[in-house]
Design a protein around this ligand. Structure first.
Ligand code: CA
Length: 228
């Protein structure tokens, strides 16, 4: 089930129609809602635009390859990714995991094994989605709630989205452009200093009352959320 109680969606990015069809049928039989993309560019766009419980990603794809899709999804999202490929050398597995994949299934695969890995990846993803923490700061995405030192933080919708995004990328320096695109959207046409303005709002609520700042400015680059 997804957060709204509907079936969990699975994105399958696979250009071999026969294999895609088999996976689609098996997943649908298990009660998942399946979305299919047959090339890397479409798969990447769908992965970024929609929320999936897991992404099953072929490596050899027309257009944009699976490894590149995986890396680009990971810049923005933590959706679990299972790489599915005929390649089975250790180097390919390492490259897949380095690109941010969570798991790896080699073709030909047993359907039961793929389904078991899908279920496990979704479980891990859900646990991941339940709570994000950095020091004594916690964010509960499903409830859209945040606390620091156990105290509820009163955040506007945009402040929450910004904090959630920073928390998803703890310890990673994020540029204003990346923050703007991901929190305000690709079609936002205002000034990039809206990011600075909202960071200031967040600091007043998240950091200042608690003494030890978690939101740090990286001069000339952007912002990072980390313990020190
Ligand atoms: Ca392929």
């Amino acid at each position: 089930m997804d957060a709204a109680g509907g079936p969990t969606s699975v994105l399958v990015v696979e250009d071999e129609r026969r294999i895609a069809r088999i996976i689609e049928l098996e997943l649908a039989h298990e009660g998942f809602a399946v979305v299919l993309a047959t090339d890397g560019v479409t798969g990447l766009r769908m992965a970024l635009e929609q929320e999936f419980g897991v992404i099953i990603l072929d490596l050899m794809l027309p257009g944009l390859g699976g490894l590149e899709v995986c890396k680009r999804v990971r810049i923005h999202k933590r959706t679990p990714i299972i790489i599915l490929t005929a390649r089975d050398t250790t180097g390919d597995k390492v490259a897949g995991l380095d690109a941010g994949a969570d798991d790896y299934v080699t073709k030909p695969f047993a359907t039961e094994e793929l389904l078991a890995r899908v279920r496990a990846a979704i479980r891990r993803g859900e646990t991941r989605a339940e709570e994000l923490a950095c020091g004594d700061l916690a964010v509960f995405p499903a409830a859209r709630r945040a606390t620091r030192a156990g105290l509820q933080l009163e955040l506007t919708a945009r402040e929450f989205d910004l904090l959630h995004f920073l928390m998803e990328h703890t310890d990673k320096v994020l540029s204003r452009d990346v923050i703007l695109r991901r929190v305000w959207g690709y079609d936002f046409e205002g000034e990039t200093n809206v990011v600075d303005v909202y960071i200031r709002y967040l600091r007043m609520k998240v950091d200042e009352p608690f003494g030890s700042p978690l939101i740090h400015t990286i001069r000339g680059v952007g912002y990072v959320l980390r313990r020190s």
